[in-house]
Design a protein around this ligand. Structure first.
Ligand code: GUN
Length: 283
């Protein structure tokens, strides 16, 4: 049976470390770390995510400044709020919760956020910096996966790393980060011809395909480390990932559960990005 990679515990450790660093900045340099959180409309899932982000800010001592805008907000209004926050020296990070209402162009919004305050790591400049190995903000979920691996003592250097999924938020930055850690990286996606044949090679298998319980033991090499980025609610209301846990945990050496694996890491890494934003802007 595989060992569990405990994302709840590891994310708690990271939040505690961020809290210490935030306290240090405040006490030694009189700098208060702050995050502007923008939510447009009232999508229930987004509201839950935003509330969790605000709670994590409270825990770590980061000041959150919340903008809850009506569904009818125009793109121009949102862009001018971002302009104002870009200029505001008391704001270190800017987060616009996605998805946005259909009449607002997400790419234009993401590009308007100053790369210095882009704590989500979605701006093309942040993406470009990651791909050429320059310092910059990294998308929180894949950054969290790297922390899960490192803190579970998984050797990435030289490992055969297979990423299933090629999204801008997870798959692509995940591949870049694994390359940075000297992994041998392959990215698979919906057009991959023989997915099972590829995933079977993985020493480290990261699954972000958005299909509930799609990956069973037949896709996994004995002893592989399996990271499940998916989260879905089943008909019986229970949560599950992209990986069929009871099957894969019989062959993997280490595996993340859902819930309690990758999920809590995203917010912990966001908190760390906020701290780093403040440190950089004041450095
Ligand atoms: N919506 C779903 N995930 C995310 C995320 O990581 N950041 C933002 N801003 N919106 C999201």
């Amino acid at each position: 049976m595989a060992d569990l990679i405990d994302g709840k515990k590891i994310s708690q450790d990271i939040k505690d470390e961020v809290r210490d660093k935030v306290t240090w900045l405040k006490e030694k340099k009189n700098i208060e770390v702050s995050l502007a959180v923008i939510l447009v409309g009232n999508d229930p899932a987004s509201t839950v995510y935003v509330n969790n982000k605000k709670k994590a800010c409270e825990y770590t001592g980061i000041k959150s400044v919340s903008y809850e805008l009506p569904e009818e907000t125009t793109e121009e209004e949102l862009l001018s709020l971002i302009d104002k926050l870009n200029e505001d020296k008391t704001i270190n990070g800017i987060l616009v919760q996605l998805p946005l209402p259909k009449h607002i162009n997400e790419d234009s919004v993401i590009k308007r956020i100053s790369p210095d305050k882009d704590v989500d790591g979605f701006h093309p400049e942040s993406v470009g910096r990651l791909s050429i190995g320059e310092r910059g903000f990294v998308s929180c979920t894949p950054a969290g996966v790297i922390q899960l691996l490192k803190r579970s003592h998984v050797e990435i250097s030289g490992a055969e790393c297979i990423v299933v999924g090629r999204s801008n938020i997870v798959g692509k930055p995940m591949a870049m980060l694994l390359i940075r850690e000297n992994g041998t990286v392959t990215v698979c996606h919906s057009k991959t011809k023989d997915l099972r044949e590829v995933t079977k090679r993985a020493d480290i298998l990261v699954v972000a395909i958005g299909k509930p319980e799609f990956i069973d033991a037949s896709y996994v090499k004995e002893g592989a480390v399996v990271i499940d980025v998916g989260i879905h609610r089943k008909e019986d209301k229970k949560l599950c990932g992209d990986v069929l846990f009871n099957s894969v945990s019989k062959v993997a050496s280490q595996i993340t559960p859902v819930p309690g694996g990758v999920g809590p890491m995203t917010i912990a890494m966001l908190m760390n990005n906020c701290y780093e934003a403040a440190e950089m802007q004041n450095g």
